[in-house]
Design a protein around this ligand. Structure first.
Ligand code: ADP
Ligand code: MG
Length: 223
């Protein structure tokens, strides 16, 4: 029965997610439809309508690509590999965006880290989402400390920013689909991260203090 309960909870979550997706995609679609109709009626080319429609299309595109990370991609390959390299790759990838936003990323990794049985693309996506959130939390710049070390049977990764922080009342909302406080956010990043870490039998914990910063801690079991 425990399994049944878990299954029905999962189904409820899928329903909730589907309703959210429908809503989030219908809004920009309605707007695009409206502006197309307006353009047609007015029979003139309007740059401002065009701009809005492109922005709305980009939004749909962003939502869909983030959701692709949630639904199982076809090329999921679990193998024993170095998480250190993945983290380094992602930091290199996001470095230019960080520098533009005046954010320094400091990486500190213990030597001789064990290999993990894991999915490279998925873990990279987790690191990317968490680092992006850190950067976005510091509009005036700052430092992100990334640390990787070995703790008992786990590899522990901490990403610590000195950004806006999250108030206690908002903490339970984290990871809920479409929960975002950003104008251009999708609210899908943390949900994706939690799902991926969960499928790696790991743990993801967030601690935060308003105006002080946020720490995301990920623990992945060593094979
Ligand atoms: P998005 O980044 O698109 O808003 P996420 O799921 O990545 O969606 O994050 C959801 C919300 O959690 C963010 O909008 C923000 O309010 C909060 N959040 C996540 N990470 C941080 C962080 N490092 N610092 C402050 N707030 C954060
Ligand atoms: Mg995000």
């Amino acid at each position: 029965t425990a399994q049944l309960v878990e299954k029905s909870e999962k189904l409820a979550l899928v329903g909730q997610l589907a309703a959210g997706i429908a809503h989030e995609i219908r809004n920009p679609l309605t707007s695009i439809r409206g502006f197309l109709q307006l353009s047609h009626r007015q029979g003139e080319h309007r740059d401002d309508y065009f701009e809005i429609m492109i922005t709305e299309l980009d939004r749909i595109n962003l939502i869909v690509s983030e959701l692709l990370g949630v639904s199982k991609p076809v090329d999921v390959v679990y193998k024993k590999q170095a998480v250190t390299t993945m983290l380094e790759d992602v930091v290199a990838l996001i470095q230019s965006q960080a520098l533009m936003d005046n954010v320094q990323i400091h990486v500190n990794m213990e030597p001789d880290m064990p290999l993990l049985y894991c999915e490279e693309n998925q873990l990279k996506q987790v690191f990317l989402n968490v680092l992006k959130n850190g950067i976005e939390a510091m509009p005036d710049g700052g430092t992100i400390q990334v640390e990787m070390k070995r703790i008992k049977g786990f590899i522990q990764i901490q990403v610590k920013d000195e950004g806006s922080g999250i108030s206690a009342e908002h903490m339970p909302k984290l990871g809920e689909p479409f929960y975002t406080t950003k104008e251009k956010g999708t609210g899908l990043g943390l949900m994706t991260c939690m799902k991926i870490i969960d499928s790696h039998c790991g743990e993801l914990n967030i601690s935060s203090e308003k105006e002080k910063g946020t720490t995301v801690e990920i623990k992945l079991p060593v094979a």
